[in-house]
Structure formats: structure tokens, C-alpha cells
Ligand binder design. Structure first.
Ligand code: NAI
Ligand code: MG
Length: 326
């Protein structure tokens, strides 16, 4: 049966890196249906609404969403639509694989609560954000991480600040209880501040790392250092329903947007995660091989020390990919 794939480039470099990833999907899966949608800050500036009910409905009726990036200006009046999409589609697990020679880590970040619960307010002389850690939210993310670890090297690291935060002491308590219900895996708890440094210093010692929302956000951006920067890292947002959303870890990069310098690898790898999720692991291998072959052909974007533009890299990548569909 055909799959319905929503293509949502969003803002800034999202518009520059998503087209090539979408084209790659279309080359490997002409049998799927692709539905482009407009959303984000630019859309808000034009229409007054960053995420229409119609677009949200199209997302809810899709099998997967390929998302670019959105600009979220710091403002008390503008809510991040990505947080809203994650909540509306119940995408509770953010999976961020970090891969480089000798390194194979998967960060499992809780995606719906923690410090990004959205429960916040301003008072006269202070602002408050509520950090929510629920039993149900913790159990499902821990179960997800444990199942993943079982399919990998069976080692789980739990990142917390349980020594300071009652909400994290709770997260850890529930995690231990959930882990005790399953067949044994090796698990350790590390304080998140020390963990960020240790992952950078000893990355080969890690397999699956599970943590709360903001800690996972920071840890995965820092871990991008291990594999060449933010332009390289994809992520999957998955949940209990059939919906899922795939996006680069990076944002809309206003500092380089419009200059044809963005690295589209994170977006292409997000498309690879999408294919894997929909059962086409071979397609995902084709995408990664075409990326590697493009680098071997001498085309690297500036963030990797090369001088290829986004367009040059993308064209050569599609050229390399076409070899697999002849
Ligand atoms: P960012 O990820 O957009 O950029 C951080 C740095 O990495 C910049 O110097 C940028 O040029 C560089 N970079 C990022 N992706 C790159 C790529 N593909 N190729 C080459 N260089 C790349 O994060 P920043 O600057 O903190 O946020 C910019 C905007 O993006 C903000 O409005 C923020 O709210 C939003 N954002 C959106 C996200 C999303 O849509 N999922 C995630 C993170 C930030
Ligand atoms: Mg981030």
C-alpha cells in the first residue's frame, strides 16, 4: 500500500536541505505519495498562523513527516510549533543516533514533558517553567530505550540530575522499576553534567542513553561534535500512534540561511531513518552509501572543511544515488 509522506521544509536552511532529502525519497519510492506543506515562522509572518489546523490534520493522516527546521524567536507570545506537533501527534520519543568510525550511540530523549512541558508563566519580577516528570511518561520512554538496547549492545545509560532535582530522582526511581520488569540488561546512571563530558571523551563506551527532554536536547547537540557537527545528525520522533516525524537535529541556521552553504547530510539521514521506520532498510543503506560516495568524489560542504555548496553537494549526491535505481 502506498505511504503518505508529508514534506515540511519550514524556515531558513530547512528550505535548502529538505528538497534533496525529499527527492531522494521520491527516487527510491515513486510508489509513495508526497504532500508538501507550509508551516513555521515565515508562514506566520505571511498568514498570521505558523501551523494551520489543515496542515496539522494532513500530518495526522500521514504515515511519516519529513521535517526541515523552523525558526522560533524568543518571545512570550510565540509558541514553538514543533513542541505542539510533538504533543498533538504524541511523539514521545526523540531518537538521535550518533555514528562515526568506532562510535555507535543512540540518544533516547523524552519528547513531551520535562522542562519543555509548556507550563510556564511570567510574574512581575520572575518567570517560571514547570518541569514535569510523570510516571506514565517515564515508563514509556524507559521501555522504548530498553527495547532498543536489547536489539543493540544491551547497555543503557540513564542521564539524570537525581542528586539535585526531585523530578529526576523520580525519573530514576521509575526507570529502575521499569528495568526490573524486563530481562536483564546492563544499566548505569550518570549525572548529566558529567555525562556530557564523558560521552565526548569516551564515546565508544556508550550504547543507548536515555534522558529527560532538555538534557537530551543539550547532550545530543554536544555529541554532534563527535561526528562532524550539527549538519550531520538526524533524528526520529516516534510515538504510540502510526505517525512519526523525522528531522535534522539542527535548527534553521539564520546565520547561513540563503547562502547555499548548509550541509544537507542531516536532512538526508533523516530521510534514511524515515525509510528504515517504514520498513525499507535497504533504501536507508543506499542513502548513506550515496552520501559517502559524494564525499569520496571530493564534495564536502564548508562545515566539513570543503568548499561545495548545498546545490553542488545535492546534485552529486542524487547522481550517486541514481546508480542504485538503474
Ligand atoms: P542551529 O542548529 O540553527 O545553528 C547552530 C549553528 O550550527 C549555526 O552556526 C549554524 O550555521 C550551524 N549549522 C546548523 N545546521 C547546519 C547545517 N546543516 N550545515 C552547516 N551548518 C549548520 O541552532 P540555533 O542557531 O541555536 O537556532 C537557530 C533557529 O533555529 C532558532 O530560531 C531556533 O529556535 C531554531 N531551532 C529549531 C530547531 C528545529 O526546528 N528542530 C532545532 C534547534 C533550533
Ligand atoms: Mg537542540
Amino acid at each position: 500500500m502506498t505511504k503518505r509522506i508529508v514534506i515540511a521544509p519550514g524556515d531558513g536552511i530547512g528550505q535548502e536541505v529538505t528538497p534533496v532529502a525529499a527527492q531522494a525519497l521520491e527516487i527510491l519510492h515513486p510508489d509513495w505519495t508526497y504532500i508538501p506543506v507550509v508551516l513555521g515562522y515565515e508562514c506566520y509572518q505571511k498568514t498570521g498562523n505558523p501551523l494551520s489546523d489543515n496542515v496539522l490534520q494532513i500530518m495526522k493522516e500521514s504515515d511519516a513527516i519529513l521535517f526541515g527546521a523552523i525558526t522560533t524567536p524568543p518571545s512570550k507570545d510565540y509558541e514553538s510549533i514543533l513542541l505542539r506537533i510533538r504533543k498533538e501527534l504524541n511523539l514521545y520519543a526523540n531518537i538521535r543516533p550518533i555514528q562515526a568510525p568506532g562510535i555507535d550511540i543512540t540518544i533516547v530523549r523524552e519528547n513531551t514533558e520535562g522542562l519543555y512541558s509548556g507550563i510556564e508563566w511570567r510574574e512581575k519580577d520572575r518567570a517560571c517553567t514547570v518541569r514535569v516528570v510523570s510516571e506514565a511518561g517515564t515508563r514509556r520512554i524507559i521501555r522504548h530505550a530498553v527495547e532498543l538496547a536489547k536489539r543493540r549492545r544491551r547497555h543503557l545509560t540513564i542521564g539524570t540530575k537525581a542528586n539535585v532535582l526531585a523530578s529526576d530522582a523520580y525519573f530514576y526511581e521509575i526507570a529502575l522499576d521499569e528495568i526490573s520488569k524486563t530481562e536483564p540488561i546492563v544499566h548505569t546512571m550518570k549525572y548529566i553534567d558529567a555525562l556530557v563530558l564523558d560521552v565526548i571523551q569516551h564515546p565508544t563506551q556508550y550504547d543507548v542513553i536515555v534522558t529527560t527532554n532538555m538534557f537530551g536536547d543539550i547532550l545530543s547537540d554536544a555529541a554532534a561534535y563527535l561526528c562532524g557537527g550539527l549538519g550531520m545528525l538526524p533524528s526520529a520522533n516516534i510515538g504510540s500512534s502510526q505517525h512519526s516525524l523525522f528531522e535534522p537535529v539542527h535548527g534553521s541556521a539564520p546565520d547561513i540561511a540563503g547562502t547555499n552553504r548548509a550541509n544537507p547530510v542531516a536532512a538526508i539521514r533523516s530521510a534514511a531513518l524515515l525509510m528504515q521506520h517504514l520498513g525499507d532498510s535497504q533504501g536507508a543503506v543506499y542513502l548513506e552509501t550515496a552520501i559517502q560516495n559524494t564525499w569520496k568524489a571530493g564534495l564536502k560542504t564548508q562545515d566539513l572543511g570543503g568548499n561545495a555548496s548545498t546545490t553542488e553537494f545535492s546534485n552529486e549526491f542524487l547522481n550517486q544515488l541514481s546508480v542504485f535505481v538503474q
